[in-house]
Write a protein that binds this ligand. Sequence first.
Ligand code: KDO
Length: 336
Amino acid sequence: MLIKFTRRAAVTALVAAGVLTGSVGGALAQDKIKLRLATAGSETDQRSVAMAEVFAPMVADFADYEPGYNGTLFAQGTELEAISRGNLEMSIASAQELAQFFPEFSIFATGYVHQDAAHQVAVFGDPLMEPFKKTVEDELGVKLLSVMYLGRRHVNLRQSKDELTVMTPADLAGVNLRMPGTDAWQFLGKALGAAPTPMSFAEVYTALSTGAVDGQDNPLPTVVDAKFYEVTNQIILTSHLVDLNYIAFSKQVWDGLTPEQQAKVQEAADAAAESGRQKQLQLEDELVAFLKEQGLEIYEPDLAAFREHVQNQYVGSEFAASWPEGVLEKINALGN
Ligand code: KDO
């Protein structure tokens, strides 16, 4: 169950954690700092692999990296609050989770806004991102270090193509589609034309195998890594969200690091994000053949119909109302 965290509550929590009062414990020279990272992803997810194989060795001189996979350290959606309260050092956070605290982040969770991995990097590094980063830092005590590429999300169903062929959003009417449990995700599910059901990532495989849901949406590498292909029959290549995550880092811990250590952490986060991005892109290309071999039907729907329908749902929505003026135009200008 996700706790709704208001800005005021976040600030109160920060004060309780000592972040806003300056009582920050610096890392002693002889003690390595502990960097626990919570993620809903598995150990073999490319973001996890990049953090363990690229990030961890780069900070090993002064930090012990301790990842908690599959939502075992903190449940999906509760990680940012845990960092804010001083109970966790790092997470792989989504824009949808950040939108729970700061609705304007829904712009990065909106269907058909980001065009590809390079566009995500350009947006994250652009000055347009500064006020977003500053708000998260000042009000939640969380630094967003780098942007990770999760991939193009597609609709993945239990029904065979013979039972249900999806070419337009109207074909998804009544389809019980698992979406992660925040308002921004649920809105996206509805915008696709489906009937969204909130559910944490850890429960999806079982829900698909029992038929508790008709389908789920995720990029191809996740469909393979989480073995969703074992319990589904088709993938509709909707590419409705070029999905990202941020490497989130405790501001309290950051402030206790030396400038050299801070630079190293930043460099390591960027290197891990880049490594994970390249592997994920490669997997997205390669896995179509693997999934077809597993018997899944994979096809492209009427993409223009999906794009138009999704975009129309956001126009005039409460989400769009929270977007700072001009930011969507700036994001679009950074694309192709
Ligand atoms: C998911 O729950 O479907 C999702 O893909 C959402 C992402 O933001 C991310 O949290 C991801 O799960 C997990 O890391 C598991 O891959």
